[in-house]
Design a protein around this ligand. Sequence first.
Ligand SMILES: NC(=O)c1ccc[n+]([C@@H]2O[C@H](COP(=O)([O-])OP(=O)(O)OC[C@H]3O[C@@H](n4cnc5c(N)ncnc54)[C@H](O)[C@@H]3O)[C@@H](O)[C@H]2O)c1
Ligand SMILES: [Zn+2]
Length: 547
Amino acid sequence: MVDNIILIGFATTGKTQVGRLVADRLGWGFLDTDDEIVRKEGKPIPDIFNQEGEAYFRRLERSILVTACQQEKNVIATGGGAVLDPQNRQLILRRGMVICLDAAPTTIYERLLQDTQNATSPNIRPLLAVADPLKRIKELKTQRQPYYAIAHLTVNTDDLPVNSVADEVLKGWRQWSQHGDVSLTPAAEVKTESRNCPIFVGWGCLEQLGSMMRRAGLAHRAMLVSDETVLSRYGERAMASLNAEGFDPCALGVPPGETTKSIENAVKIYDFLVEHRVEREDAIVALGGGVVGDLTGFVAATFLRGLPWVAVPTSLVAMVDASIGGKVAVNHPQGKNLIGAFHQPGMILADVQTLTTLAPRELISGWAEVIKHGIIQDAGLFSFLEENAPQLMALQPEATTEAVARSARVKARVVSEDEKETSGKRMLLNYGHTIGHALEAATGYGYFLHGEAVAIGMIGVAHLSQRLGLVGMDIVERQRQLLQRFGLPLSAPGVNMELVLKAMELDKKTREGAIHWVMLRDIGEVITLHRVPQTEVIAVLEELLKS
Ligand SMILES: NC(=O)c1ccc[n+]([C@@H]2O[C@H](COP(=O)([O-])OP(=O)(O)OC[C@H]3O[C@@H](n4cnc5c(N)ncnc54)[C@H](O)[C@@H]3O)[C@@H](O)[C@H]2O)c1
Ligand SMILES: [Zn+2]
């Protein structure tokens, strides 16, 4: 929880005066974004609007808000329109307690008239410069109401003197800071230039989907996309939660399975969105495994040039891997994920309890990626998996939630450092995948589940690392034992060596000539090599593939 109070609300609700008082009483800093803009630009707000345009003003407002929110122990009074920007809403909700000061339209009108006479606030006069100001105020207020509703607390200021409003704000702040709202604490966060995406992980938290989306600043309608298996189990709960928060949702089910990740199904979802007249500020919720997430995310990236979307992963692979990082795609008959984009979700909500209905083989396959996250970056997670393997396989709530949260944190950290796969950091996530992908391709996809192939790939690359003197046999053995305890395959007897090598060759071509081998150094540490002797690779493969 961050120690800031951010005041939102319509003009004349007293944000500036109340904010100053509250800041004084708490001994905090105070900042009014409108005043700050006027100070910086050296002219009143109507002049900025007239001369530079509203877009310019909003950019200034946003940058001031971003800077103010980076600090702590500040009371920040925002302009009446600041909450119109979804990025601003997300920012303030994450950086403190958001309190809305409210007043009836008639009160606002009266206060505006008075202010104009006193000429203290030249920046609000334009509200009066219309034929029927009261009507205009009412319209604007109704329009903005859904955004003001994101506040953690709303204080009505109609009959209260400024001092008493400040009392109410302080009372609310004390309660909030003491008890907080634990459900609001993200387990991890993807922080990129384009967006910050909080990841909430909990046991049985699906009911909170709607309220968490409201708090993430997603204020309009929501469309839900899921596969038929997941929809029949969890659709109702998700829809109820969205309905309860007034998202007015509609649901669409697609068939389960990898073949659903096609452009044809993307078109079906576009049709559904068109039919329901979905607009730029509406959100799409992807409820399901990685297939639903990749497909829905792809649609969200492209429909109306980009809609906000929320991932509600229900498979282990989706919770710790597919939903995190903003890679969205559909398959082309010539290759997996060939048509795609980067489009970060606005929020991820993983209800770990949903794993209890996942097929055991799918679950086991997902553990391979969790183990991989431990190996590449989090030795503590690896030990946790070693110590809790039986509880985790039995899906004991506390341990499983902890493992999912920690694993998600690793992926979130890596993609935050290298969102678009440019610095090489994100490549570390491919540990075990060079051989793993080749095994999947050599067996025509469908023989191994992805995580199974990755587990065998991790065994292979660990041996390769050991042969090259990068790591000791004890570490290789520790990894093998953990994979085995989770019931993952450790070899691929009978798979054709030629086909595996051919698949690796093909992979090399599509990756501009070099295979990037992610090699094992220690539990929690991997490095990338570009040149690995082919003889060593073949020796390792012979071991893996022998019957
Ligand atoms: N975008 C990325 O960064 C990324 C990363 C890894 C994987 N992926 C993609 O993810 C996909 C694989 O994801 P997946 O393993 O989740 O596959 P999936 O989405 O096909 O789900 C697996 C199966 O489990 C079912 N299921 C899901 N949740 C369930 C639940 N709680 N209860 C009962 N059944 C449930 C589904 O209906 C499906 O039949 C692949 O297409 C892969 O390319 C993407
Ligand atoms: Zn993978």
